[in-house]
Design a protein around this ligand. Structure first.
Ligand code: PLP
Length: 297
């Protein structure tokens, strides 16, 4: 099947898709992005992802390239063309193309790029059997709440993880507290059955999956605490897991050299994960019904 990317109004063969050399995304990382999961033929939490995209754009004074309705139509068209029933859609918006100058230029049109990736979530080893994470200092900037394409520190930490035969790196701040993963939010379950994740401030991304998990955890009547936890506390935890659109709910079974529990996904994590998978399946149905009713997908 042909694979397409969407670039500024055109569905282009993926291998030929390109932006201008003076695009500010390329020159300065001057752009933002979103990633939305597609599970069993439906986007998961599309509206909160598009809300966050609008917040990221507004924070950097980048204008929206098109209306939300038009954006969601392009998203649907691209996943249909690419036959993505399970996978991800990446939406990248940069400030646009202009002669090189650090200051934001006035009156330029943003560049919009969308690409897709197929992912068989329920067959991924790390999601089903759990993964190893390493810990490494968080060297990112002070506005990690904005989902910018400026991901170099995240790439460095993820590379360090891969070289240590791990799937992810959890980042820690100057106090030794875990901020988040390079592309996920971090969670622990303590021995007294508390579910803990860091509260949102400017130093982490307000994960859409995180928000959904908080709502679902209250249904499961777990004691939930939003507070920082240290690397030491994570290593002493009963269980740990990560959340993101790219990895849904992924059990963490090893942190650096410390194996959690018996090295397999724990009971709470498995329950939480199953509840989240159910949510995805149900959410998918609701969105399909929306489409059948002719509402905005
Ligand atoms: N934190 C970071 C740094 C991320 O890059 C991501 C996702 O890409 C997340 C957290 C999780 O966010 P979401 O659940 O919206 O995918």
């Amino acid at each position: 099947m042909a694979r397409y990317a969407y670039v500024d109004g055109r569905y282009t063969a993926h291998q030929d898709a390109a932006v201008h050399v003076e695009d500010r995304g390329f020159q300065f990382s001057d752009g933002v992005y979103e990633v939305v999961a597609r599970v069993d033929g439906a986007f998961i939490d599309m509206e909160p992802h598009l809300d966050r995209l609008e917040r990221s754009l507004a924070s950097l004074e980048i204008s929206a390239p098109m209306s939300r309705r038009a954006l969601s139509m392009v998203m649907s068209e691209l996943v249909t063309r690419n036959g993505v029933r399970n996978g991800l859609i990446y939406i990248q918006i940069t400030r646009g193309t202009a002669p090189r100058d650090h200051a934001f230029p006035a009156n330029i049109s943003p560049t919009l790029v969308m690409t897709t990736k197929r992912v068989d979530y329920f067959k991924q080893k790390k999601i089903m059997a759990g993964c190893k994470v390493i810990t490494t200092p968080d060297i990112r900037w002070a506005r990690c709440d904005i989902k910018t394409v400026s991901l170099l520190p995240n790439c460095m930490a993820k590379t360090e993880a891969r070289r240590a035969d791990a799937d992810e790196a959890w980042l820690y701040d100057a106090a030794g507290d875990v901020t988040e993963g390079t592309s996920c939010n971090a969670w622990i379950v303590t021995h007294d059955d508390r579910l803990i994740t860091r509260g949102v401030t400017d130093n982490i991304l307000r994960g859409v999956t995180r928000e959904t998990m908080i709502a679902l955890a209250s249904e499961l009547s777990l004691t939930f605490e939003e507070r920082p936890f240290s690397v030491a506390e994570a290593k002493a935890a009963r269980e740990a897991f990560s959340t993101s659109a790219t990895s849904l709910v992924t059990p963490v079974v090893q942190i650096d050299d410390t194996i959690l529990g018996n090295g397999a996904p724990g009971l709470f994590t498995s329950r939480i994960q199953e509840r989240y998978f159910d949510y995805c399946r149900q959410n998918g149905c609701r969105q399909n019904e929306c489409r059948q009713n002719g509402a905005q997908a």
